[in-house]
Write a protein that binds this ligand. Sequence first.
Ligand code: ARG
Length: 610
Amino acid sequence: CSAASSLKEDIREGMGMNDSKEASDSIDVREILDRRISEAMLRAFGDSAADADPMLTAATKEEFGDYQCNAAMSFAKKMKQKPRDVAAKIVEELQIADLCTEPQIAGPGFINLTLSTEFIQSKLRLMLNDKDRLGIEKKNPPQRIVVDFSSPNVAKEMHVGHLRSTIIGESICRLLEFLGHEVIRLNHIGDWGTQFGMLILYLKQVAPEVIKGEEVDLGDLVAFYKKAKVKFDENDEFKSNARKEVVELQAENEESMAAWRHLCEQSRKEFKKIYDELDITFEERGESFYNPYLKDVITSLQEQGLAVEDGGAQVVFLDGIANRDGSSQGLIVQKSDGGFMYSTTDLAAMRYRADVDRAERILYVTDVGQAFHFEQVFQVARRAGFVSDTVSLEHVPFGLVLGEDGKKFKTRSGATVKLKDLLDEAVSRAEADIVARLKAEDREESEEFIRSSSRKVGLSAVVYADLKTTRTSNYRFSFDKMLALQGNTAPYMLYAYARIQGINRKVGSEDLDLPSVDVVLDDISEKSLARHLIRLPRILAELEVELKPHTLCDYIFELSQKFNQFYERCSIANAESEELKRSRLALAQLTARVLKLSLHLLDIKPLERL
Ligand code: ARG
């Protein structure tokens, strides 16, 4: 509300501002229109419109224009006037000639707004002028943003859930980085906990060479872990010795620590294979990193009266979160045996990120199953003052990965799918597709071309299929669907990009001086493509807030469809005039640049030829 009223003040002050300057800089169109409508309402209705919402939405159909303003309808109620009369008054005061054609009042009182050709051309010019950023300015001032993602566990398989976190997290990092923010990419690996006592003890007994430093496959490590767990549950002596082993580890006994470090190293190697395939780098700060800060978290919670003893454990009772019987739910922060919890580590980590990293926004990319965990730790961190109110804490949840049959994602034999195998399979299927296609087209290509294109297509398919799914929905993993050449898939997008680049090469646009081209928008398909191109800043601005990469996938899918329609109707090579040819080439090149940038933000590097 305070932000809204300060915007109104800005508007009052700026009523006499130079409109055409504002319209030609890179502020997103919707933002400008929002302002102009607010201004018009203030002029038409005075202070009673001070808090009125412009209620601007994208037009539902292209023939209605670009935007629809619904303010008149709700405001009419407040003013006890007819919506169409209110709409007429707004339109009368609306100063948008530099942006739009004459506004149209429709239906019960919608105001339809259509961007003018001149305005679209000016936006295109801005994008054509700026090869790398396409007219999108860096955020000033930038924010410091922690992105906690991927975060698999040592001595456990990195599973498809971690793959989703990795892919979504990477895409979010790329977007925020592109927008100019200072991003701290953190891999919060599960590398600490009482389970290591059990595992090390078991290895000492059955495979001492492993804890002495012999190479071990992650799969074997997971198998050892499972057997150790069985023994732990069945055998009391083993159980009590495992506890002793945990004490040794906590006391940082050198032999135990060496074993632990070795186990982490073996897992890390395996994780790295996946990160390398997907071109991902980050800082590893596992749970163990926060060990020195855990005690202090508890002390601080106790001193503030937040943590209290309950059945020997230290518990923080939560505000507004009740158990079934109505009693307040408690979050255990220290067990009765003195051990710390997953949540304790997260509290310490949050405090560290706020104090030491000076983060202003902290994002956690995990599956929805952890929503409650984050709700609890966020609340405790705030109440304890570990994180001030100015810092935004956000859980970025995603849905489950399911098999094609909608059930749990497993191999045919029922085992959990190894990520490396999964990526390899996508690549080999992509290779089969490419070889078949080359044969059908009677095309000869080098081994190297086939190998590298298959890798690109296969890996991109996995990444894209994940990102194009609404983040919070469950998603069915299907090789056939993700590798399909038609539809909203990576192969489709990669071929679309390569095809446009092919056109650009063929028609010879190397020496085309893009910024100097006057783009002609006479044909409906040219205009439709252009209108879509200039939406890019808005898409990215929304993505920055909502963190839903599927909107970018939808955007580029629609972009390539619009390009196809344009290319069908408007010949580039045989354009009627040299001017038209240059104009269409400029549109084609801009489309390619928007695609390339968007794919980059989705962790996909397109191929110039495919
Ligand atoms: N290691 C956890 C898991 O596999 C994910 C950690 C997420 N990050 C965090 N700060 N809790 O479920």
